[in-house]
Structure formats: C-alpha cells, structure tokens
Design a protein around this ligand. Structure first.
Ligand code: FAD
Ligand code: FES
Length: 265
C-alpha cells in the first residue's frame, strides 16, 4: 500500500444528469486519470484506492481502480452523487492539479488458474471495477463475456463492445430489461462468474437457482472511514462471521454474505 500525491492527467464527464438541482453541472459519470506509478504498478482488478477529496471531506473516499494505463496511471470511473461533497470536488479537478490518495487496497477478484471461460456481470456503475478485470482477461486471451446493464444508450455506449452483451432498461440498446433477466442463460457457459452492481442486483442473484452451486465473486460497497481495517465502520455479517469490507473484501463470494442484513447506503 502506497500513499502518494498523484498528478491529474485528465478528468472528463462521460455523461451528464440534469434532473437533480444540487450540482446540475457535475452530476453524471466521470473518468479521472491519475499519474501514480507506485499504485499503478501494484493494483489488481477489484482493488480500490482511498482519495482525499478536499477540505470539505474529513475522510477520504473509496473508489475502485477502473484501469491501469502504461503501468503508471490509474483511472477511476465515478458517479457524482446528489449532495456528494467528495465526488463533486473530484469532478472539478483539472489536468496538472494534484490529488492525494493511498492504495491499492483490499482483496480483489481472483481468476482461478484453471478457469477458462469468464462471465462478467456489471450493473450500472458496477462497470468501474469489472472493466479492469475484463481488460485483464482479454490481455490473457481468456474467453470472456461481459453482461453489461445500464438505464439507457448514453450510459451503455461508453465502453467497447467486444464480447459484450448489452442490456438497457429503456430498450434503446441491446436487450430490454435488467442484466439479471438474462443471466441464467449464460451461467452454464462459464467456469467462473464475477459481478459488480447495486445491492438489489446481488439480492436477485443470491436467489437464482442457476447460481446456487456456483462460485460467484462480487464486489461490495459500504460506507468506509479508514479503508484499512482499523475503524470497523465497514463491518458486515457473513456466514463465517463478521467481516470488514475494506480489509477482507471488497470482493466476497456471493453466497457468503447475509444479504437480508444488508441495507442500501
Ligand atoms: C470499495 C468501494 C469501491 C467504490 N468504487 C467506486 C467507484 O469506482 N466509482 C464510484 O462512483 N463510486 C465508488 N464507490 C462509492 C464511493 O465511495 C461513494 O460514491 C463516495 O464515497 C461518495 O462520496 P461523496 O463525498 O460524494 O458523498 P457523501 O457526501 O459522502 O454522501 C452524499 C450522499 O450519497 C450517499 N452515498 C454515499 N456513498 C454512497 C454510495 N456508495 N452509494 C449510494 N449512495 C451513497 C450518502 O448517504 C449521502 O446521502 C466505492 C465504494 C467502495 C466501498
Ligand atoms: S473502513 Fe475502517 S475498518 Fe473498514
């Protein structure tokens, strides 16, 4: 784990959201690139970093590593939340400014050495860590299929479409509906399954008979304070006892989590 001051190399809004009044200019999804070779050289898919988000935020904020570029730069795909002080601050950073962060943290996804076909499932902003895994799998020339569900075409069209099956809730691209609607059809094909998405997606997956006997790695989000296993603020109940999402996760087995005891943020 390294603590660094990174240089912002770019920060672009990928799509905007103007329905909510608080930060109409900034809401939406953004991609920031941070030059930090110390972290980029060790980050693995599913790991995260804690970013210092300015004077208005006493605590750093956790973000998944979305991509590593040229071994020296990481990118973060992030949503600016309504009333989100940290994400609004991040969206206003310009190229050549500095951002403090530490990482890479947590236990990420692990591809089994004998696994061949990888099924990746991303719901909405869950593409953030899944995209890193997708690129790693392509690099290793492993057969990979990404099921990617979003609300509409503007959110869906951001990423390359090789080996991607798209779902949009309004039906503008790919299949109409949620990514979980067609997931059962793809399960038999896969040796290993990885997912990241909102809590309702995981709760639906945990109930699917087709996934009952499958090892499914999911990446979990909770509010975090320290990010390194010290404050216990991210503790959740699992079938093998209490776990800290930052230090034991954020990647867990789908069937290990006591889903009934987890509520939304
Ligand atoms: C391991 C991990 C990885 C993450 N990776 C990413 C990522 O790659 N991209 C990304 O956009 N986000 C990611 N998140 C979520 C991100 O940390 C939060 O969105 C961020 O901390 C919000 O900070 P803020 O200061 O803008 O909002 P705050 O000012 O802290 O909160 C604003 C409002 O949003 C609510 N809120 C706070 N966090 C969340 C949340 N996670 N989901 C829904 N509502 C929330 C609060 O309850 C409050 O109402 C990750 C979280 C974890 C734990
Ligand atoms: S955030 Fe402090 S223990 Fe996990």
């Amino acid at each position: 784990m390294k603590q660094v001051i990174a240089t912002v190399t770019s920060n672009e809004q990928l799509w905007g959201e103007h329905k909510v009044r608080e930060h109409p200019k900034y809401l939406g999804a953004w991609l920031i690139r941070l030059k930090c070779p110390e972290i980029a050289s060790e980050a693995m898919p599913g790991q995260f970093v804690m970013i210092d988000c300015g004077e208005g935020c006493t605590l750093p904020r956790p973000f998944s590593v979305h991509q590593v570029e040229e071994g020296s730069t990481i990118s973060i795909f992030y949503a600016v939340l309504p009333n989100g002080r940290g994400t609004a601050w991040l969206s206003q950073r310009k190229a050549a400014e500095y951002v403090g962060l530490f990482g890479a943290l947590g236990n990420g996804f692990s591809i089994h050495p004998k696994a061949n076909k990888l099924l990746l499932v991303a719901g909405g902003n869950g593409i953030a860590p899944i995209y890193f895994l997708y690129r790693e799998a392509l690099k290793k020339e492993l057969p990979v299929k990404l099921l990617y569900g979003t609300l509409d075409d503007k959110r869906c069209s951001i990423f390359p479409q090789t080996n991607v099956v798209s779902f949009t809730e309004d039906g503008t691209v790919g299949y109409k509906g949620k990514v979980t609607d067609h997931l059962p059809e793809h399960v038999d094909w896969a040796d290993q399954i990885f997912a990241c998405g909102p809590l309702p997606m995981y709760k639906t997956m945990a109930q699917m008979p087709e996934l009952k006997d499958k090892h499914v790695q999911i990446s979990l989000e909770t509010r975090m304070a320290c990010g390194v296993g010290v404050c216990y603020g991210c503790t959740i109940r699992t079938k093998s006892g209490l776990k800290q999402v930052c230090a034991d996760g954020p990647v867990f087995d789908l069937h290990e989590i006591c889903w009934d005891e987890l509520s939304g943020l």
